[in-house]
Design a binder for this molecule. Structure first.
Ligand SMILES: Nc1nc2[nH]c(O)nc2c(=O)[nH]1
Length: 393
């Protein structure tokens, strides 16, 4: 199957479009005062004017606002490019940029490690809304250091990993955005998932370009319902095209609205959330658990796939090491996580998942890394995190 994705190759700045793709809007810049730049453009048949901070690619230090989060509460490189969201981009060596609701935001670590942010759309009326939306998206009300203390007390290995990988936080994403991203993730790798998510994102309202990347508001259900399965297949979604369309249609049919239905799951218990999500086309236990954990406040949801299974059988349920992963054993693994780490077990799973990614292994000391390598080589499992994201079968 030929994979052809439009409109932008996401992981490289200055995206080039294939000849058949529509051209991106060409922003017109007009400098109206020393600190702002207005951008007029037409996208998705809408004319828009944005006011951006001057030099959005490298905002001057005065544009950065402290967030009161230390690196041990939020590490950008351990949170954004590690499989929870595929919408945030590293827009310079020190900056990550993404969209929260309709706000285009860059994040940065100050020299002391504290996190600061810069809003690329800066009307004063929206700046306090943007800050609140950002804090909500970052789950800032939950103290990572406090819950990690509990995990470290329960598990010396977690304690050791935590010393090297501080700040790997669970986000609180918009549920629709999270669901569509994880529908793209099944049996897929991070590069291709990102391209698909970029394609879907490009259907939303254009917000601007930072560091060579175009950013869009996530499209509404109404906008998503205008896309056909054929278009998604043409864009390289393969069999997942059917699931995206089926899920969009199922959500559109919910009385009161599909986005509202998803949001209402934040008030349900985990079992009901998984059951409800599993009624949607293409949503299996792994996707349901990711959506529950990363967007629906289900802090003890445990996504289990072949990689997590390998981690669990090495450290949590070694007695199952020779078994084959089945849905029943997925539940057993999830229970083992919860009985070890408690009500925030999903946050512990996230650190263990992140620690097993190749780029993070490089941050671990040789003894810790070697132990893992040796064991996983023995079990021929070190291909675990080449970015392939499998479902729990
Ligand atoms: N923290 C986690 N992130 C993930 N991304 C993905 O696709 N799977 C996982 C996961 O199990 N944990």
């Amino acid at each position: 199957m030929t994979k052809r994705l439009r409109p932008t190759p996401p992981s490289t700045p200055s995206p080039k479009l294939p000849p058949s793709a529509p051209s991106p809007p060409t922003p017109q810049l007009s400098h109206s005062n020393p600190t702002t730049v207005s951008i007029h453009h037409s996208s998705n048949n809408q004319n828009k004017t944005l006011t951006l901070l001057k030099s959005p690619h490298s905002p001057s230090s005065s544009n950065w606002i402290a967030l009161n989060l230390t690196r041990s509460d939020l590490s950008l490189p351990l949170t954004f490019p590690t499989g929870q969201t595929f919408r945030w981009k590293q827009t310079s060596p020190l900056h990550f940029t993404g969209v929260v609701a309709s706000h285009l935001i860059s994040l940065n670590h100050l020299p002391n490690g504290d996190v600061s942010y810069c809003l690329h759309s800066c009307s004063t009326s929206s700046s306090s809304a943007a800050r609140l939306a950002l804090l909500d998206f970052l789950n800032a009300g939950i103290s990572l250091s406090s819950i990690w203390e509990v995990f470290s007390a329960a598990d010396p290995r977690f304690d050791e990993l935590a010393r090297h990988l501080e700040g790997a936080r669970v986000l609180r994403q918009d549920p629709l955005e999270c669901l569509i991203q994880f529908l793209c993730s099944s049996n897929n790798n991070i590069g291709r998932i990102t391209k698909m998510v970029d394609y879907i994102s490009s259907l939303g309202n254009y917000l601007g370009n930072v560091g060579g990347f175009d950013f869009y508001e996530f499209p509404s259900l109404d906008r998503l319902s205008l896309v056909s399965e054929a278009e998604l297949r043409e864009a390289g979604f393969g069999y997942r095209a059917k699931y995206v369309i089926g899920t969009v249609n199922a959500l559109k049919a919910k009385p009161g609205g599909g986005a509202e239905w998803l949001l209402s799951l934040r008030n349900s218990n985990l079992e009901d959330v998984i059951e409800a999500l599993s009624t949607l086309p293409g949503v299996g236990p792994k996707v349901a658990a990711c959506v529950a954990l990363f967007s629906l406040d289900q802090h003890h949801a445990i996504p289990v796939d072949t990689h997590v299974w390998q981690i669990a059988t090495r450290y949590l349920v070694p007695e199952l090491a020779s078994a084959r992963l089945t849905p029943k054993l997925c539940n057993r693994v999830a229970e083992a996580f919860v009985s070890k780490y408690g009500k925030y077990a999903g946050w512990a799973q996230t650190l263990l998942f992140v620690a097993d990614l190749p780029q993070q292994k490089a941050l671990l000391p040789a003894n810790l890394e070697k132990t893992k390598r040796k064991r996983s080589t023995e079990q021929q499992k070190d291909k675990a995190h080449t970015g392939n994201i499998d479902q729990c079968e």
